[in-house]
Design a protein around this ligand. Structure first.
Ligand code: ZN
Length: 320
């Protein structure tokens, strides 16, 4: 059985787009690799932050739906996305994030790795994880980042999901996606594909006493899992069909997507590694202008009028 190969991207709901850009590009130093719109709601941006090349597995994306209420934390929702940084980098990141007013938790050791939990300006649960594996990942440094290359975020590390009960969800993880249970740490089970490693982790916990979680500003919208190509995607989709209700393949232009809710209610996606973000922009100019998929080009003028302008990131430091 060919498993999925790890996280492809994670998509979350943010507040105002400029504040989102200021934080992810201006503070975390990730590259805005695609400035597009939500293909199902083209009056809303879809902003993609990644390494310099937009490599699969490095990509955190946002729908700025600032009008939504805060989310309701609970089961059936992904509660945190973690980003891999090189060993020792938290000594740089802690003071930097504090300087820009990020809400920081305490550094903890999770599954043997130093982890700094934090909230982005709109409440999204993030964690920076010092990972030895971060240094050997496919990663294209972003030379124009405000963060020095040796401290930069190397990509998605993993995600946390809370479920009312685990059995049906972990069955889908194992039988359809090819995950294995590799470790436990407190309430959290660590699942991974292959031999595990940074970029492959999914940590799940049972939370039967919680309400059903609901999306809002600061919630994770979905977790997308990597598949090599369209044939691999159809193979995994066929196994998902036995346990859930996947959509047909949808052409997202930069990759092809299949969506489904896993049995606990978390929205998952299967996304192909290709063709990638350089299909419609020169690699040196990624993210600089609004890119629309071909079928929305005819509506460009109206779409541009509806979107708030975005200026170069200029995050504000808090007073010491
Ligand atoms: Zn997606």
């Amino acid at each position: 059985m060919r498993s999925v190969t790890g996280l492809h991207h994670v998509t979350a709901i943010s507040g105002p787009a400029q504040e989102n850009l200021d934080f992810y590009a201006g503070v975390l130093g990730m590259r805005l690799v695609k400035r597009s719109v939500n293909q199902d709601d083209p009056g809303t941006y879809h902003l993609f932050y990644a390494d310099a090349a937009g490599s699969p597995g490095t990509d955190l994306t946002f729908f700025p739906w600032a009008h939504l209420a805060p989310p309701r934390p609970g089961h059936g929702l992904a509660s945190e996305v973690s980003l891999a940084v090189p060993p020792g980098a938290l000594d740089y990141w802690g003071p930097r994030l504090a300087r820009y007013g990020a809400e920081l938790g305490s550094i903890a050791v999770r599954f043997g790795e130093r982890t700094l939990p934090l909230r982005d300006p709109h409440g999204l649960g993030l964690a920076l994880v010092e990972s030895a594996g971060a240094t050997t990942r496919t990663f294209e440094p972003w030379d124009a980042s405000p963060v020095p290359v040796e401290r930069q975020v190397r990509g998605l590390h993993g995600a946390r999901v809370r479920e009312r009960e685990l059995a049906a969800s972990t069955r889908l993880l194992a039988e359809a996606l090819g995950f294995r249970l590799l470790a436990s740490d407190g309430a959290w089970q660590r699942w991974a594909v292959g031999d595990g490693g940074s970029g492959t982790w999914l940590d799940v916990a049972e939370a039967p006493g919680e309400p059903r979680g609901a999306w809002g500003v600061g919630a994770i919208h979905h977790l997308a899992w990597r598949v090599d190509d369209p044939a691999h995607q159809l193979e995994v989709r066929a196994r998902v069909e036995a346990l859930a209700h996947p959509t047909p393949v949808i052409d997202r232009f930069w990759f092809r997507s299949v969506y489904f809710k896993e049995p606990g209610g978390v929205l998952f996606e299967l996304a192909t590694d290709g063709p990638g973000f350089a299909v419609d922009e020169a690699p040196a100019r990624l993210g600089e202008s609004l890119v629309l998929p071909p079928w929305l080009e005819g509506q460009r003028a109206a779409i541009e009028r509806a979107l708030p302008p975005l200026a170069a990131p200029a995050p504000a430091e808090v007073a010491p």
